[in-house]
Design a protein around this ligand. Structure first.
Ligand SMILES: Cc1cc2nc3c(=O)[nH]c(=O)nc-3n(C[C@H](O)[C@H](O)[C@H](O)COP(=O)(O)OP(=O)(O)OC[C@H]3O[C@@H](n4cnc5c(N)ncnc54)[C@H](O)[C@@H]3O)c2cc1C
Length: 460
């Protein structure tokens, strides 16, 4: 389901101002920006806020479609792809799980093919190491069968079902009764893919400004136009950054991940769907145990719970991650248990939708915290699939934070949500408010959809 609810001057060949550039990219950053002078007035046709995989895929798509328009990407961190895009499982999903007919299902299936093609064309390594979804108890077998049918309905290719013996042939250390085999599921470094979108965007003439924290948007009115009459008329939207010069543009697209709701609010959109951050902690197999698995091993997801369950995921560097769990994070970018942001926490707890969700999943939530703290408890879950695994085989690994969109009734908003706003400003904004997992896999397909939406809304 798709829901809709002091200026610069510049052109494509402006000269770089090093002092500003240092502030923009941080000295020595490998994200060398397209050379630009930022001490003179600057304006663009379209500014894209958010340098994660969705913002960069969208930027790349739009500049290809509209080479005569000018584009910039504004990212608050020193580097691109730092948040969800740089903190995930690294799986190229095949699209089994999602309800047939939804955009999530369609875009994932399409996104997998587009991803492999893009990686081939751009020299990005990936591995089609495949995936097993394993039923370990009788009661999971009907669910596994449903999942298999769902995958077929979604158009997932080459799915097969194997029994205990078939599981052993693929994963000698894995125990299970039956498993779905998805040979086209793969792994890739999503940050590398996303940064490559950024490079292609720059090659096509786009500008990327890192360390550009967007604070607010305003739209020129008749009175404000007197300051810079011509700019006000042609590029009426002003983006106000924190300690950086403002940027003028005609239209704005926001792809703000964990801050997508707050960015949308700035152009008069509703506060819901609200983003609630859910942290996922990974364990990592000790290097001498990395050969315990060959590919991805996933449980049969419990339909009563919103997340996929902890899994075994090989990484491109040869390591194997186990997880992630799902616990409420106390800060939107809180990668550690003790990271607390009072505004984020207060905002989340004051939201009726989260309280309802917590009430509904209270026991599950407590279990997730417990397993997050006690490694042995998490390992016990994983031993159902690989009995040889012991707590001595793992160490604590990194974490990621999911931008989970919630409605006021505590339901997880599962599909993409576009929004605009009201008035002069709202009609020039397109907010991508929810791009849930597997949005990395679907990024190129999502970008096509965002570009179509922008074309329609902005009459490009
Ligand atoms: C733990 C975890 C595991 C996952 N596993 C997978 C997987 O295996 N496969 C898969 O396909 N997907 C996976 N996903 C989902 C996928 O990573 C995300 O859906 C995707 O990365 C979202 O990209 P994004 O660009 O919307 O968000 P982000 O990557 O979070 O990017 C948003 C960007 O906006 C910037 N921003 C925010 N506010 C501002 C502002 N005011 N000014 C300027 N910039 C701003 C942020 O700094 C950030 O860089 C996983 C996600 C998580 C968290």
């Amino acid at each position: 389901m798709l829901r809709r609810s002091a200026p610069f001057a510049g052109g494509r060949n402006a000269v770089v101002s090093w002092s500003f550039l240092r502030r923009c990219i941080g000295a020595g950053s490998t994200h060398d920006l397209h050379s630009r002078s930022m001490n003179t007035a600057r304006s663009y046709d379209i500014a894209i806020v958010g340098g994660g995989i969705i913002g960069l895929a969208t930027a790349q798509r739009l500049i290809t479609l509209y080479p005569n328009l000018t584009f910039c990407v504004l990212e608050k961190e020193k580097q691109l792809s730092t948040h969800q895009t740089g903190h995930n499982s690294g799986v190229v999903h095949c699209g089994i799980y999602y309800k047939p007919g939804t955009l999530k299902a369609k875009l994932c299936v399409e996104g997998l093919d587009l991803t492999y093609k893009y990686c081939d064309e751009n020299g990005i390594p990936y591995k089609k190491c495949g995936k097993l979804i394993v039923a370990v108890e009788d009661k999971e077998i009907p669910l596994l069968n449903n999942l298999f049918d769902r995958g077929k309905m979604n158009g997932v290719r080459d799915l097969t079902m194997v029994d205990k013996k078939g599981i052993k042939e693929i994963e000698p250390n894995c125990e299970g009764m039956f498993a779905i085999v998805s040979p086209n599921t793969g792994i890739v470094d999503w940050a590398q893919v996303s940064n490559s979108y950024g490079e292609n965007f720059k090659k096509a003439g786009g500008d990327i400004y890192t360390s550009y924290h967007v604070n607010d948007f305003s739209c020129a009115t008749e009175s404000s136009r007197s300051q810079s009459k011509e700019e006000g008329l042609t590029h009426p939207v002003t983006i106000h950054g924190k300690d950086v010069p403002a940027i003028n543009c005609r239209y704005v697209i926001t792809c703000g991940g964990l801050y997508s709701d707050r960015l949308a609010e700035k152009s008069g959109c509703s506060r819901v769907p609200r983003i609630v951050p859910f942290r996922g902690d990974y364990l990592v197999l000790k290097p001498d145990k990395s050969n315990l698995v060959n590919g991805n091993i996933y449980p049969v997801p419990d339909p009563n719970f919103p997340f996929l369950g902890v899994h075994f995921t090989p990484r491109m560097d040869g390591s194997v991650w186990l997880g992630p769990n799902a616990v409420l994070a106390f800060a939107r970018e809180g990668y550690k248990l003790w990271n607390v942001n009072l505004r984020d926490l207060g905002d989340a707890l004051a939201f009726r939708g989260l309280r309802k969700l917590m009430y509904k999943y209270f026991t599950f939530g407590v279990g997730e915290y417990y397993r997050g703290i006690y490694i042995a408890a998490q390992v016990k879950q994983l031993q159902k699939y690989v009995p040889k695994l012991t707590a001595n085989d793992v160490i604590r690994g990194p974490s990621g934070v999911r931008a989970q969109a919630l409605d006021v009734d505590g339901n997880l908003v599962d599909d993409f949500v576009f929004d605009g706003g009201v008035g002069d400003l709202g009609s020039r904004m397109l907010h991508v408010r929810n791009a849930p997992s597997p949005a990395a896999t679907s990024s190129l397909a999502i970008a096509k959809m965002v570009a179509e939406e922008a074309t329609q809304r902005f009459h490009l």
